[in-house]
Design a binder for this molecule. Sequence first.
Ligand code: GLN
Length: 286
Amino acid sequence: MASYHDVLWQTFKEIKDADISDEAVQLLMLELCNMSHNDLYLHYNDEMPEDLYKQYQDGVKRLLNNEPLQYIVGHQWFYGYQINVNPEVLIPRYETEELVANVLADSDYYFKDREEITIADVGTGSGSIAIALKKEEPKFRMYATDISDTALKQAQENADFNECEVTFYQGDMLQPLIDRNIKLDILVSNPPYIPVHQEVQKSVEEYEPHVALFGGNDGLFFYRKIFENAHKVIKEHSFMAFEIGYDEKDAIVAELKKHFPLDRYDVLKDLNGKDRMLFVYHNLEE
Ligand code: GLN
């Protein structure tokens, strides 16, 4: 058998003309072997065990077929937590960690003295947002909804895996909360927001669940649905936090104003400098 070093360099040669990066291949090796970068360098010249080698070769083949690394290794890291994924759930994105960070900051600012804060993640998918928020802020009474039973199963598994208490409800957007008369201090959502006809990366198009990606002709379908019904679930003093598409700011704000004309709002950029989050403050003083 060959050493980790030789196996890796052999692959680098093989993928030279392919559309995958050296970094993806190296990450595949690290995740399969459960190693950090440091571990790998320390063991660079050791022989790679046969079973890992087989899994690795299989993984490289799948990468070459545009399959996302996260589905191959079965997880993604999100806000420091391991979130297991399968093709029924969207892979958590780095931008969404920024949504989580800003919700935590605003919650601290507006609800500092509260003992319990009721919050829901609408369209939770893998559960990443709900789990990260609850882990970071134990004062949250955390609810999460999703229309997909298979997504919820994965989300519940992730919550258990991370020893995290989240109450999951199956249903369409806000409906499970409306049905149970739950009133929120904070509503969070990263709904599907890509316009149906917009082109997306091959790996996204071919492997990720379309139900979690596409938001109708203009990408706004789910924001409309939430804005129309949000009055039924948010408390008198509350805020809403959304991830949005980088080019959807004006259209979403216009939609928001139809239902919440008096509320203060803020559009925040992600680390790439793109409009990515909408925060709406409902009767909360700055
Ligand atoms: N940001 C994701 C992407 O570009 C889309 C996530 C979503 O629709 N909420 O693939």
